[in-house]
Ligand binder design. Structure first.
Ligand SMILES: Nc1ncnc2c1ncn2[C@@H]1O[C@H](COP(=O)(O)OP(=O)(O)O)[C@@H](O)[C@H]1O
Ligand SMILES: CC(=O)N[C@@H](CCC(=O)OP(=O)(O)O)C(=O)O
Length: 299
């Protein structure tokens, strides 16, 4: 790092830099030692520059005393791998229909390639991280999910999250990186949508915040207008927004999970645009919130 003597002409610039740092102080104090779960997915997991930016933001969170936990997706990569094998991806209400072969590929991609890739990126920033799936130490216990009685294969419904391993890792200074794979008492393997895992992990860890990184600006009042971001949504309004079809497709399970997390004790939930560089730092450490915040209306 270059060590220059402060020149009088440059003083304003440096004072402004110091002020910017100080703006973060109340947030650093507020979040000291608090657990924040980050659902890492979408473009932020594919674009090389965005990948680095997200990992740097989480490094910063860790270095100022927060306890970040990463839950990652990887749906696109699973679909790509299946396509290379000549297998088409089939979804029902946002959930991948998971036969034996698909389960094998999903576990390989999620617990292997993606999980260990994220761990490596943390290590490149000097941050110790440990990658696990929900199978390790029986962290995520599931049972077969049958949406409206339909059999969609090895898709799991989360029954329980055992937080002990994640807590031990954090105690020892590691960032836990969780692949959305679960097990049951018969040692079957289940594929679980990462949005559900992020919410359940947030509740089990009594997290201060759960933050979802996605590929839109936030929850939009009009899906065709990126300027129509709803900056705050009360949990009580989630069902109405779904019934009125303001919220559709992949945003439905996301919002339902946000609501569940808040009702089960998570303080705040945010949906942020993972395409926006440093979206995590902007949300956590500046006065200007971005994306959509979900909250309980008596606040
Ligand atoms: N009201 C809404 N605001 C924003 N996105 C919406 C809305 N309704 C539906 N969507 C859709 O939900 C998508 C986000 O869900 P999804 O694709 O499952 O995200 P991810 O891959 O990050 O888990 C958006 O790209 C958008 O197409
Ligand atoms: C059951 C189910 O749908 N599982 C998801 C798990 C990965 C995931 O959730 O990835 P994203 O967050 O990137 O969508 C899947 O197989 O695609």
């Amino acid at each position: 790092m270059e060590n220059t003597v402060l020149k009088e002409g440059n003083m304003d610039k440096y004072i402004n830099q110091a002020k910017t740092l100080l703006e973060a102080l109340p947030y650093i104090q507020q979040f000291n030692n608090k657990i924040v779960v980050i659902k890492y997915g979408g473009s932020a997991m594919i674009d090389e520059d965005l990948k680095k930016s997200v990992i740097k933001d989480i490094t910063m969170m860790k270095m100022v005393g927060m306890k970040p936990v990463v839950v990652h997706g990887g749906g696109k990569k699973i679909s790509e791998t299946l396509a290379k094998m000549g297998k088409e991806s089939v979804f029902l209400d946002g959930l991948r229909v998971t036969d034996d072969e698909t389960m094998e590929i999903a576990e390989m991609v999620l617990s292997g390639n993606i999980n260990k890739g994220i761990v490596q990126m943390f290590h490149e920033q000097g941050i110790p991280a440990v990658g696990i799936s929900g199978k390790d130490a029986n962290t995520i216990i599931a049972e077969k999910k049958m949406p409206e009685g339909k059999d969609i294969g090895w898709v799991g419904e989360i029954q329980k999250v055992n937080p002990e391993l994640m807590l031990t890792l954090m105690e020892e200074g590691f960032v836990p990186v969780i692949a959305p794979i679960a097990t049951d008492e018969h040692h079957h393997t289940y594929n679980i949508n990462a949005d559900y895992v992020a919410s359940a992990v947030g509740v089990a860890l009594k997290a201060e915040k759960v933050v979802y990184l996605t590929d839109v600006e936030g929850v939009l009042r009009n899906i065709n207008d990126p300027d129509s971001v709803l900056s705050r949504i009360a949990v009580e309004d989630v069902d109405r927004l779904i019934d009125n079809k303001v919220i559709q497709g992949g945003m439905i399970p996301k919002l339902q999970n946000c609501k569940k997390s808040i009702l089960e004790g998570v303080n705040r939930v945010h949906i942020l645009d993972g395409r926006q560089e440093h979206c995590l730092l902007l949300e956590l450490f500046t006065n200007s919130g971005i994306g959509t915040m979900i909250y309980k209306s008596e606040e």
